[in-house]
Structures are given as C-alpha cells and as structure tokens.
Design a protein around this ligand. Structure first.
Ligand SMILES: NC(=O)c1ccc[n+]([C@@H]2O[C@H](COP(=O)([O-])OP(=O)(O)OC[C@H]3O[C@@H](n4cnc5c(N)ncnc54)[C@H](OP(=O)(O)O)[C@@H]3O)[C@@H](O)[C@H]2O)c1
Length: 211
C-alpha cells in the first residue's frame, strides 16, 4: 500500500521505516513543501518520496504525525474522500509533557467532553479516522529488524473496516495491534494521560511464529 505521512518528524520517520521494511511505499509531507524533505527521503531510502500537502491524499492510509497544536491546520481544508486517517497525535496542551503538563491536557480534554480523536475527526470530514500508534514512545519501537519484539499498539475507531485495515497493517509490520473499541471508549483508554498511554515494556508481547 501507499502510506502517507502528514509530518516528517520522529513519529513519521520511525513508522515510515517500519512500513518500508514490510514492503509498503511511503509518502512524506510537511508544512514547508517537498523540497525541504530531501534529507528525510535520503535517510529513508528506496520506496520513500516527498509530496505536497494535497498529494498526500493519494495515499491509501494517511498517518497524522504533527504536534497537537498543528493538527487542525494540518488536516482542515484537505478534500478527504474516504482515506483512512491514523491519528498518531497526543493532545498535549503546549509543550510541557511532564506529569503536570499531561494532567493539564487531560483537564482540557475533559472540559471538551470529547476525546482528542473525536475533535480531530470533526476537522477532517470524509476521512475514516482510526486512533493508533500514539500510545508508544518511538524510542521503544526503534528495532526495525524482522525479529523485533511484537510491541503492543492500540487502535480505536468508529469505522470497523478501517480499523481492521489498520490493525492488519500494524500486525504485518511486526507489531501486536489491539482493538480498543470506538473513538470515544478507546480514546479514553489510550489518549494522552489515559491509563494505556505510554505504557512500558511489560506490554511487549513475544509471539511464537506460526508453524
Ligand atoms: N515522539 C514520540 O515518541 C511520539 C510517540 C507517539 C505519539 N507522538 C505524537 O505524535 C505527534 C508527532 O510527534 P513527533 O515527535 O513526530 O513530532 P516532531 O518530531 O516535532 O514532528 C512534527 C512534524 O510536524 C510537521 N508539521 C508541523 N505543522 C505541520 C502542518 N501544518 N502540516 C504538515 N506537517 C506539519 C513538522 O514539520 P514542519 O514544521 O517542517 O512542517 C514536523 O516534521 C505529536 O502529536 C506527538 O505527541 C509522539
């Protein structure tokens, strides 16, 4: 498949490498244009290319990998037409990601009465939103080998078929993706500051290869 990334930072580059390793094509975009992505594309190697903001919609699956403060600008105004959009963001308010900052972010979300992915979904009408990837610090999934530990990533969403596609994609890439239900129920469990966000290595599963 063609996996697109809005954002070209830590998350986009890490997940892109996993996607390339499992045979997918990767499209990368940022806010400054493809000509600023030469180094990122060179680092990712064969199978990766830089695209414009609009061209990212040519991907089968688009991963949103920008900071929460940039998320609305990043997705609003694009002509979403059934693409699967993976919300990899964590809705941090500001730049304080300490426990205090995370607590403040949860208080803001509680005031809104919605999970961050439900908020995002309203900014990207026409996209089939699945929240995933966001629960795991990238430093913990930087083994790109075929024998890497099957680290758990969560997935939640209201479109059952889109969620199944994302779970299969992540499982094929060597993760163990678990379905946490709807955007509302799942978000409450794995979005920023929720109990299943940033869980540590005891969530690493080692599965026996099928015989
Ligand atoms: N780092 C982790 O371990 C981790 C793990 C899970 C989830 N997350 C979440 O994933 C998101 C991304 O984190 P990160 O660590 O990858 O951040 P990062 O390294 O700062 O990268 C953010 C990227 O977003 C791009 N960007 C900013 N505004 C944009 C726009 N309007 N349109 C397109 N691209 C835009 C930036 O490039 P330009 O400024 O050049 O456009 C940059 O490439 C955050 O919400 C974070 O909370 C992070």
């Amino acid at each position: 498949m063609r996996i697109g990334f809005i954002g070209a930072g830590n998350v986009a580059r890490t997940i892109a490498r996993h996607m390339l390793a499992s045979g997918h094509e990767v499209l990368i975009s940022n806010s400054r244009g493809p000509e600023t992505l030469t180094d990122v594309i060179a680092e990712l190697g064969e199978g990766a290319s830089a695209v414009t903001r609009d061209e990212i919609l040519g991907a089968d699956i688009v991963v949103l990998a920008v900071r929460w403060g940039d998320a609305e600008n990043a997705v609003r105004g694009l002509k979403w037409d059934g693409q699967i959009l993976i919300d990899a963001t964590n809705a941090h308010v500001g730049t304080d990601i300490s426990l205090e900052g995370v607590t403040k972010s949860r208080e803001e979300l509680a005031k809104s009465g919605r999970t961050s992915s439900e908020i995002l979904s309203a900014w990207a009408p026409g996209a089939r939103l699945v929240k995933s990837i966001s629960n795991m610090p990238m430093a913990w999934i930087s083994d790109f080998s075929k024998t890497k530990p099957r680290t758990v990533l969560f997935a939640s969403g209201d479109d059952a078929e889109a969620k199944r596609v994302v779970i299969d994609l992540l499982n094929d890439a060597g993760f163990a993706a678990l379905d946490l239900g709807s955007l509302a129920a799942g978000g409450a469990m794995h979005e920023v500051g929720a109990p299943l966000s940033g869980v540590e290595l005891h969530f690493v599963q080692r599965m026996r290869e099928p015989e």
